[in-house]
Design a protein around this ligand. Structure first.
Ligand SMILES: [Zn+2]
Length: 91
């Protein structure tokens, strides 16, 4: 049997990639798993799109998290508005 002539064999298949995808975009995967995912994404267009999409999604979630930590004035105003909405009904 001859050695395959591929210059860079795909180091993991799509199933492995997808299983690691969440951890990779969350920054919870180890460096090796991230590297394997990156290399696979370079060799596999659908997975490259999934990786880009998942990262964009995470970025949006992180922005939503920032909004939660809004200045306390804004938070108070929102809470007061919500209380006002419910207050007239519950009393
Ligand atoms: Zn793939």
């Amino acid at each position: 049997m001859s050695v395959p002539s591929f210059p860079r064999p795909v180091p993991c298949d799509c199933t492995t990639f997808l299983a690691a995808l969440d951890a990779v975009v969350d920054g919870e995967a180890d460096a090796l798993a991230v590297a394997r995912a990156e290399v696979h994404a370079q060799a596999c267009a659908p997975c490259a799109a999934r990786l880009a999409g998942a990262r964009a999604y995470r970025r949006r979630l992180r922005h939503a998290g920032d909004a939660e930590r809004a200045p306390s004035e804004l938070r108070e105003a929102v809470l007061a508005a919500m209380r006002g909405m419910h207050g007239s009904r519950t009393r």
